[in-house]
Design a protein around this ligand. Structure first.
Ligand code: SF4
Length: 186
């Protein structure tokens, strides 16, 4: 391209020629070739941001079974297409190479974390729950039948949904625990 052509492509010149400075004058061949990250997706699933109790709607784009992008869902009556920076970065929850994929355990008086497989960790938790329940069980208090334990409590997080909280309440009530709380409103 000659010098005249190069200068003619300069955005200031294009704006002086009357092209819209917010649109056509600011475009280049590169920007014309840009495509949204969602264009390549072969599936789009509706979901809910797992990070806090607001419960913003998300569209999860995937290609070949892998999440490629997560954006706000314009049809969500909660968030109407918006996500905060945390929700907008939630793709990293499933794709970031640094995310934790094993259970970490630090023994009493231990100074290092150990990696446990999930089945081993679940067995350890179940053993401790049953032992605590056995040791702290109250059949009566002041002559009244209570059949409870104050040795177990549950504090759920914002990422739990209705169904998970329903099951947790069932479980803890069956165990005799009466201290069951959570923050979730999803
Ligand atoms: S996008 Fe932000 S405000 Fe919305 S649910 Fe996720 S963390 Fe909460």
């Amino acid at each position: 391209m000659d010098l005249r052509g190069l200068i003619g492509r300069w955005p200031v010149i294009r704006q002086l020629r009357g092209e819209d400075g917010r649109g056509s004058a600011a475009r280049s061949a590169r920007t014309d070739a840009l495509r949204p990250r969602t264009a390549e997706a072969d599936t789009v699933a509706r979901s809910v941001c797992p990070y806090c109790a607001v419960g913003c709607g998300q569209l999860v784009y995937a290609k070949d079974g892998r999440v490629t992008q997560i954006e706000g869902d314009p049809d969500s009556p909660i968030s109407r297409g918006r996500l905060c920076p945390k929700g907008a970065a939630s793709k990293q929850l499933v794709t970031h190479p640094g995310r934790q994929t094993t259970v970490l355990y630090r023994r009493p008086y231990g100074t290092e974390w150990e990696s446990l497989d999930l089945a081993t960790a679940m067995d350890m938790i179940a053993d401790r729950v049953m032992a605590t329940r056995r040791e702290t069980w109250q059949e009566t208090v002041d002559g009244k039948v209570v059949r409870r334990t104050l040795g177990l409590a549950s504090l759920g997080g914002a990422t739990l949904d209705n169904e998970e909280n329903y099951l947790m309440k069932k479980l803890y009530t069956a165990l005799g625990a009466i201290q069951v709380e959570n923050q979730a409103r999803i």
